[in-house]
Design a protein around this ligand. Structure first.
Ligand code: HEC
Length: 124
């Protein structure tokens, strides 16, 4: 009985402990060839003239949305706006005009999405 519980804890622990790294998330958000967030969003502390304004500024987003809400924005943005221009960062199919090197791959890995959620959660 005890052993069963222990085994379960060992199996569940990595998933439960999977936590993003806010510093890595910030780097992804600022990266103009990876996250591309700056194409559409103003990030806090940056020159607004050099950033996008198609989406809302991300300053304070951590107090507007909880971790699950932030993750949903990245994984399935069309849930909030069916006509959204924001891409899903976890989907690898149903995308259009994808460069050969990126076909069949999501824009970001699950770990990178965890990092972005951790970073945005701290934007209060
Ligand atoms: C092509 C433009 C585009 C890109 C690239 C983009 N977004 Fe967005 N995003 C939007 C738009 C537009 C909205 C507003 C809601 C909607 O219409 O989908 C939005 C909404 C959001 C929201 C909800 C904000 C709120 O206050 O409700 C979050 C969080 C977000 N984006 C994070 C990101 C992150 C992080 C990245 C980079 C990994 C990113 N977005 C990349 C266009 C974009």
């Amino acid at each position: 009985m005890r052993l069963d519980i222990l085994a379960l804890a060992v199996v569940l622990a990595p998933a439960a402990l999977a936590q993003g790294d806010a510093a890595r998330g910030e780097a992804i958000a600022h990266n103009r060839s990876q996250g591309l967030c700056v194409l559409c969003h103003a990030l806090p502390g940056q020159n607004p003239a050099l950033q996008g304004s198609i989406g809302p500024p991300l300053a304070g987003v951590g107090s507007r949305l909880d971790a699950d809400g932030l993750r949903q924005r990245l994984v399935a943005p069309e849930r909030f706006n069916p006509d959204t221009v924001m891409p899903s960062y976890s989907r690898s199919s149903g995308l259009h005009q994808v460069a050969t090197a990126h076909r069949g791959k999501p824009l970001l890995t699950d770990a990178q999405i965890d990092d972005l959620v951790a970073w945005m959660g701290g934007l209060r």
